[in-house]
Design a protein around this ligand. Structure first.
Ligand code: AMP
Length: 531
């Protein structure tokens, strides 16, 4: 029998320190200046940071909260906190004070590390952290707080303790589009295994030759695990800080010769507009892949990036799945298929990555066949899929045999490649038949005048539910609802077309940038009731 070697993140941090120490970490400050350091220096500072935290009383299993952007200090906390046996709890600064207060109390955070640009946010949280630690370029820290650098300064370097693989390493709350946020606790083992599968050639395909720029925030599901992947593969990291406007991102992608970036589609829709407007401004010759996920990827976005010689690879995941569950890579036989067939395939959420298993259940409780026709709610299991929420809330999200109910409604083809048709609650059921709001949105967004579209279900006496489309037009454009319906008409049956098309200034978004359909429903369903 082999050694029962424990799978802890410490092995990655030590690898960063010893073997990958000279690889670059570039971090962009809010003033757009770049700070350059190395994986080795971050790992070294992590030991000193851990000693400082221990000096404040942080011990085994204690939660250390962070309110930070994608910046070097966040990486140091990713290294230090799990390696010392504590739990790094990333907080999303875009959440409301009420949600953050609930989350900090539920997690019982002891200490919080905050970027100076987010001090207002931490002040709005109703929870008594024992220590508030400020990351500050200016060297100032408000009264009652302490400076991050003063924790790092002492020369003591922690020797990492042995960590059992099933211990908690990190924590993140679900985005809470339905009900109160729920805590997901990631074990060392889960994050190690997830990190090992990410770089495989048919997953994200990452090596020490890559320069990774996670645009996905480090406060959301560990930036998809990419910082840990960099630590052990020795890929260089570019951390874009708080400024995620298209021009800032493109400047960084080109300037740092990034080979792989990752984020949600909404951010990259803006990037595509900027590229279309000034196609020759940036040299993106190094960029091999743009990995997108977290929300449906419109085919128009995939085609748009193709026009610039850039390849979007779609992934699907959830906070509860660490996050990567599936990824959509063209299989060899599809590489020779025509462009339309390839685009159709690449707009899918993908096949399960190794060690992940999926299945889907129809409304009558039976498992659906993988025929790309039947619709069912996706269930998933694997070593980095949650088996419960913190404090045991939301137990109805797990099946009796231990699979996670995702709330996503899918079709799965014979290759095991799934298409997300909707969130369970978003699927529109009209006259007993399903209408996919995602398909309608994707098609609406291929119309030249449409910047964004979100489709929701409106209660209807006769049909049960009918679709309503909220549409944002590009600046200076106008279009009649009838024209949009005609645009949809050649791909959808008449009964599937939205009865109402409402032009709005903006579509409300959740803190993670997704369409907040609950808010749209409130706006339009409420209005419908008043009429
Ligand atoms: P979160 O836990 O906030 O990361 O949200 C997870 C949810 O985002 C999933 O359950 C899906 O509804 C949605 N999602 C993630 N990836 C995709 C994708 N590629 N296509 C469509 N929806 C996605």
């Amino acid at each position: 029998m082999m050694d029962d070697f424990q799978l802890s993140l410490t092995t990655f941090v030590e690898r960063a320190e010893r073997l990958n120490c000279s690889q670059a970490v570039v971090s962009r400050r809010p003033d757009a200046s770049l700070r350059r350091t190395t994986l080795g220096e971050c790992a070294d500072r992590a030991r000193r940071l851990a000693s400082g935290l221990a000096g404040l009383g942080v011990g085994d299993g204690d939660r250390v909260a962070t309110l930070l952007w994608n910046q070097t200090e966040h990486l140091e906390l990713y290294f230090a906190v799990p390696s010392m046996g504590a739990v790094v709890h990333t907080l999303n600064p875009r959440l409301s004070a009420d949600e953050l207060s609930y989350i900090a109390a539920d997690a019982e955070d002891r200490v919080i590390v905050v970027d100076e640009s987010l001090v207002d946010v931490v002040e709005s949280i109703e929870w008594s952290f024992e220590h508030v630690i400020i990351v500050s370029d200016s060297g100032c820290a408000p009264a009652g707080t302490m400076r991050y650098e003063s924790l790092i300064a002492p020369s003591q370097r922690m020797s990492w303790p042995a960590i059992e693989e099933r211990r908690a390493a990190a924590m993140c709350y679900t985005s809470g589009t339905t009900g109160r946020p729920k805590g997901v606790v990631y074990s060392h083992r889960a994050l190690v295994l997830h990190s090992l599968v990410l770089p495989l050639p048919d997953t994200f395909g990452i090596s020490s030759r890559d320069v990774i720029m996670p645009v996905v925030p480090m406060f959301h599901v560990n930036a998809w695990g990419l910082p840990f992947v960099a630590a052990f593969t020795g890929a260089a990291l570019v951390l874009p800080g708080p400024r995620l406007d298209p021009v800032s991102l493109l400047d960084l992608l080109a300037g740092e010769r990034v080979t792989l970036t990752a984020g949600v589609p909404t951010v990259f829709m803006g990037v595509l507009d900027a590229l279309d407007a000034e196609p020759d401004r940036w040299d993106l010759g190094s960029l091999k892949r743009v990995n997108l996920g977290g929300a449906a990827i419109p085919t128009s976005l995939i085609e748009g990036f193709d026009r610039h010689g850039l390849t979007i690879v779609q992934g699907w995941g959830m906070t509860e799945t660490s996050p990567l569950g599936t990824v959509c890579r063209l299989s060899p036989d599809l590489e020779t298929a025509d462009a339309a067939a390839q685009h159709e395939y690449r707009a899918r959420a993908g096949t399960p990555i190794p060690l992940i298993e999926i299945r889907a259940r129809s409304e009558d409780g039976t498992l659906i066949p993988w025929d790309d026709q039947a619709l069912g709610e996706l269930e998933i299991r694997g070593p980095w899929v949650a088996a419960a929420y913190h404090h045991g809330t939301g137990s109805d999200k797990f099946t009796d045999d231990g699979w996670l109910r995702t709330g996503d409604v899918v079709r799965i083809n014979e290759r095991g490649c799934m298409r997300i048709c909707d969130r369970a609650k978003d699927l529109i059921k009209s006259g007993g038949e399903w209408i996919s709001s995602v398909d309608l949105e994707n098609r609406l967004m291929t119309h030249g005048a449409v910047a964004e579209a979100a489709v929701i279900a409106i209660p209807d006496e006769r049909w049960g539910e009918r679709p309503l489309a909220a549409v944002v037009l590009h600046d200076g454009m106008s279009v009649a609802p009838e024209e949009l319906r005609a645009h949809l008409g050649n791909q959808f049956a008449r009964w599937q077309l939205p009865d109402r098309i409402e032009f709005v200034d903006a579509i409300p978004r959740t803190a993670t940038g997704k369409f907040k359909k609950t808010a749209l429903r409130e706006q339009f369903v409420h209005a419908a009731c008043l009429i």
